[in-house]
Design a protein around this ligand. Structure first.
Ligand SMILES: *[C@@H]1O[C@H](CO)[C@@H](O)[C@H](O)[C@H]1NC(C)=O
Length: 502
């Protein structure tokens, strides 16, 4: 296929380039696993698997095999839930056989709210591209955390305290999601958003009691690409009266990559402001800017090869900053980069390798891939695409958007996010631009600064890096509650500690 040879050609030049420059990446560290040269690794990376890993009980007894196979589970080692039955927990894990794929299965978690089944349904997407949402389940906003002895402890600030919470592993090849067929790799947001939409349809068919609830899409990092596309896909499906109506109320992106032209330009400004680079570096690195801007423009108009080229050209900017920043953690400039993902997530890998856990989740022998290099590579031509373009239409139809960002993240920094949000053209733009910056208070202290008008809200979160719910769990849960409840600024809208049954 022409597409594939273009991609191959691009990858070849990429390989050459990588000899001197390491790639920037929203979740993989420079050079760690990318690009992998061993075919074996690539195959494992895609989670190619010859057998059907869905448990046998799944398809038993049905002429027409069910597309969705779900089980209620209680993860072994969960502390403080003795005497609580699986049913009471309302924790589900499942595989969805993707409708428009050759053989792809999408893995997901569904945690019913600990507070009320009437809470909104919230789906979370981790970025990468190619990183598992289990990173969020166990380190950010999931119901539990992994202790060093691999016990699970309840997360006091899990988003399941205020929502019925879904985590999916996607695109295919990520986390526990897999396919036996290479053609199921996704290369763009059309493929990604169609799969997610198909999943949602199957999910609500399986859980019809939740279709009336408000529905929100959330996520982080490269999900700044996924989310606008997914929200548009849902909105379009609703308008066309396709399948089940999805009660989409809004979408939220945390430290996302959405409008690369603006966000790449903000790198040097942010780095200078934060003292990562000095004035002469700033002037020198900024000389790379016009080429990057031009390349992004070409990507917007002439497709795939130009998009790969712009990825290479523009990432020189980020790489030049990192050459000066050294081992600084580019997800949190207060820290040093440690471990293969700049943080130590090894407990998750250990936890998910345990047979008892795998049996509880029904994942068979599928290898868990926390961040897949093959999924990442397959999405390279998507990277520089501008996903801001579909957002105004959603806002005009009253779908809410929250853009939030931890202030110490470099790679998807708040400055670049603030700029694209301000420069987005829609009917409320001037009002938004002119609206005051308000304090976002948690426990009578400023936890961030926010600005909003109509359906649009922006929040800069203090003392947080790229992973806001990990660094500021309480503020992040407050943010979710207030935003879905209608008002972000000001003091707590609800008294504390009136929730939590478990
Ligand atoms: C494991 O760690 C948790 C949290 O620190 C603790 O509550 C629990 O008692 C520990 N379990 C064992 C078996 O040591």
């Amino acid at each position: 296929m022409a597409n594939h040879s273009l991609l191959l050609l691009g990858l070849l030049s990429l390989l050459l380039l990588l000899r001197s420059v390491s790639p920037s990446d929203l979740t993989l560290p420079p050079g760690a696993t990318f690009p992998s040269t061993q075919a074996e690794k690539l195959i494992r990376g895609l989670n190619l698997f010859p057998r059907d890993a869905v448990p046998t009980a799944a398809s038993a007894g049905a002429d027409e095999p069910k597309r969705i196979v779900e089980r209620e589970f209680k993860i072994p080692g969960l502390l403080g839930s003795e005497g609580v039955s699986v049913k009471e927990l309302g924790h589900h894990a499942g595989y969805y056989r993707l409708s428009h794929s050759h053989d792809a299965r999408m893995f997901y978690f569904f945690f019913e709210s600990r507070s009320s089944k009437d809470d909104p349904v919230v789906i979370w997407l981790t970025g990468g591209p190619g990183c598992s949402s289990e990173l969020a389940v166990f380190y950010e906003n999931g119901p539990f955390k992994i202790a060093d002895n691999l016990s699970l402890v309840w997360n006091e600030y899990g988003w399941d305290k205020a929502s019925n919470l879904i985590f999916v592993d996607q695109p295919t090849g990520t986390g526990f999601s897999y396919s036996s067929d290479k053609r199921d790799l996704r290369h763009d947001e059309t493929g990604v958003s169609n799969d997610l939409y198909d999943f949602l349809q199957a999910f609500f068919k399986e859980h019809p009691q939740f279709t009336k609830n408000d529905f929100y899409i959330t996520g982080e990092s490269y999900a700044g690409h996924y989310i606008p596309a997914f929200a548009s896909r849902v909105h379009q499906g609703n308008k066309a009266k396709d399948g089940i109506h999805i009660n989409l109320k809004g979408f939220a992106i945390g430290n996302g990559l959405t409008d690369p032209a603006i966000q790449y330009k903000a790198y040097t400004d942010y780095a200078l402001d934060m003292g990562i680079i000095k004035e002469p570096d700033y002037t020198r690195i900024n000389k790379l800017m016009p080429a990057c801007e031009l390349a992004i423009k070409l990507c917007g108009t002439s497709g795939k090869a130009a998009c790969l080229a712009s990825y290479l050209v523009c990432n020189n900017i980020f790489n030049s900053i990192m050459k000066i920043a050294g081992n600084t953690n580019y997800y949190d400039i207060r820290k040093q980069c440690e471990g293969s993902l700049c943080y130590d997530f090894s407990n998750m890998e250990k936890f998910l390798k345990q047979k008892t856990v795998r049996d509880a989740l029904g994942v068979g022998d599928i290898e868990f891939v926390s961040c897949s290099p093959s999924v990442y590579q397959a999405m390279l031509t998507d990277w520089m695409r501008n996903l801001e373009v579909g957002i105004p239409a959603l806002l005009e139809d009253g779908v809410k958007m929250l853009i939030y960002a931890g202030e110490y993240d470099l790679i998807c920094n708040w400055l670049g996010n603030s700029r694209w949000v301000h420069s987005m053209e829609w009917s409320g733009q001037q009002h938004f631009v002119n609206s005051p910056t308000l304090s976002f208070e948690v426990d009578n202290k400023e936890a961030g600064q926010t600005k909003s008008h109509g359906p649009l809200a922006f929040l800069k979160v203090h003392n947080a890096g790229h992973m806001v719910p990990m660094d500021q769990p309480k503020a992040a849960l407050e943010m979710l509650k207030r935003w879905t409840g209608g008002k972000l600024a000001g003091p707590s809208s609800r008294p504390e500690n009136m929730i939590s049954a478990v």
